[in-house]
Design a protein around this ligand. Structure first.
Ligand SMILES: *Cc1c(COP(=O)(O)O)cnc(C)c1O
Length: 484
């Protein structure tokens, strides 16, 4: 009986010759198509052998199943998605979207040759850091600047170049971890420096640093506790106090800021330190990310005193951590936007999203809601506009929420909530029975939409939607509403 069933499973070679697969093979390639057919028929074989299945789907059904799988896993792995989470700097979704100007700059730099390390005036070799040094000096008020791969690299390089083989003083309240693999104690170790913890978790005074200072001290390190806050009975030593101490002892004060801000965002309820303040307070070296609140590409910016930054530029790690031309192009273009703060707020997507008024967001949500309510066959789905709380994300301003608006979606399950959905099959085979199915179908749609489920409904926050996203979401919903 089982042998008979197994014989009924069509051969891959035969399936591949099916006329209906011609376009599919053109789109996904023969190898991938064959792989998927093999997976599907393999699963059927397994189900027959285990007795789970007592019939074998025909060739039509197998082709349909294979096509679903291929569509769920399109040709490109890295794809654009629509961010409906309301988290502006979502690290899993690639953090900051670039401004138009930055996009054009990347395209120009990437598609041809450039003066990346070439001086057009003298016709001789130049440094890639030169492209952003001037503008960073202007914006940060510092003597010198350089750019590396990310802020983690900036911290690693700073400590390695300035305190290798020496002790680095760090407050116990600032032994931060950012996203798993970046932990200050580990970074110190990798830099060849010895971490010297001072103070306590909630209180660290200048006297604690003074007490720990000795001839082995190579640097004072301060980290902005970007993704958490210590509240209650606390005391933190200010940059001003630390800079006096560093200066007296001829050692650098390194400040890891996390997010880079050229101007405070308090008026939007966001408490994050700004670079100019840190520079005025006397930090010798300041490091921050390019793709957090700054709104540019992934990069680690290092600004500060020339004597220290020159040592970093000459350090062997600098080569391993260097940025490429696309990053520099995006960064330079974004930095130029900051010359005019109003322009920066208009043009840099991250700043635009932060500064968008609740009123504008409500209108945006209402427009999207009306649009989705009009999608074909959406009888089972009900859409509404509701206030929600958005976040800056990316490990910044952990305590500050932004008042936003979302389109929420409820699903009329018609009492079929407990229909079990076979994992192996794709959405279009199994249909939408639960809110989780809907969330998954949107995630796997042609324009993947990332939205979250809470309180029995799906939330699409409009703050993080970019131009043209509404159109795509409506298309997704139109297709989904045709599913069983
Ligand atoms: C985010 C962050 C980092 C790591 O920056 P990346 O650019 O993600 O490498 C380091 N330190 C602090 C304080 C941060 O907030």
């Amino acid at each position: 009986m089982r042998q008979e069933l197994l014989r009924q499973i069509p051969k891959i070679d035969v399936l591949l010759q099916d006329e209906r697969l011609r376009q599919v093979i053109e789109k996904y390639g023969r190898t991938r198509t064959a792989d998927v057919l093999r997976t599907v028929t393999g699963e059927i074989r397994g189900a027959v052998l285990s007795g789970e299945e007592t019939t074998v789907p025909d060739a039509d059904e197998i082709l349909r199943m294979a096509l679903c799988r291929l569509e769920e896993n399109p040709a490109c792995s890295l794809r654009p998605v629509i961010n409906g989470t309301g988290i502006i700097l979502h690290t899993n979704l690639g953090r900051a979207p670039l401004s138009e100007r930055a996009l054009r700059a990347v395209e120009a730099a990437a598609g041809g040759y450039s003066n990346l390390e070439y001086r057009l005036d003298s016709g001789s070799r130049g440094s890639r850091h030169d492209h952003v040094t001037e503008i960073l000096r202007e914006l940060c008020g510092t003597e010198d600047a350089m750019v590396v791969n990310n802020n983690a690299a900036a911290v690693l390089l700073s400590v390695a170049a300035l305190a290798r083989g020496k002790e680095v003083l760090v407050s116990r309240g600032e032994l931060i971890e950012i996203g798993g693999s970046f932990r200050i104690p580990d970074v110190c170790e990798q830099s060849g420096a010895v971490l010297r913890e001072v103070g306590t978790t909630n209180r660290t005074r200048l006297a604690d640093y003074q007490g720990a200072l000795n001839e082995e001290t190579g640097a004072v390190f301060k980290a902005h506790t970007s993704n958490y806050r210590i509240v209650g009975f606390t005391e933190e030593t200010s940059l001003e106090e630390l800079s006096g101490l560093a200066l007296e002892n001829g050692i650098p004060l390194i400040y890891d800021m996390g997010s880079g801000l050229f101007e405070g965002l308090e008026r939007y309820g966001i408490e994050e330190p700004d670079i100019l303040h840190a520079q005025k307070a006397g930090a010798d070296v300041i490091t921050f990310s390019g793709d957090k609140l700054l709104g540019a590409a992934q990069a680690g910016l290092i600004v500060g005193r020339k004597q220290y930054i020159e040592r970093m530029k000459r350090h062997p790690l600098a080569r391993a951590l260097r940025v490429d031309k696309m990053t520099l192009a995006a960064l330079e273009a974004t930095l130029y936007e900051y010359r005019d703060r109003n322009q920066a707020r208009r043009e840099i997507p991250v700043l635009r999203m932060i500064s968008e008024s609740p009123e504008a967001l409500r209108k945006k949500a209402e427009a999207l809601c009306a649009r989705l309510a009009g999608t074909a066959g959406s009888g089972r789905l009900t859409f509404a506009v509701e206030p929600c709380r958005d976040r800056t994300g990316g490990g910044s301003a952990p305590l500050n929420a932004l008042e936003g608006y979302a389109v929420t979606v409820r699903l009329d399950t018609g009492g079929s909530e407990d229909i079990s959905v076979p994992e192996k099959k794709c959405m279009s085979c199994t249909g939408i029975h639960t809110l989780e199915d809907l969330e998954k179908a949107l995630r796997l749609a042609e324009f993947p939409l990332i939205a979250r489920i809470t309180q029995d409904r799906l939330w699409i926050s409009v703050r993080t939607l970019l131009a043209g996203d509404e159109e795509k979401i409506a298309e997704d919903f139109e297709k989904i509403s045709r599913l069983p």
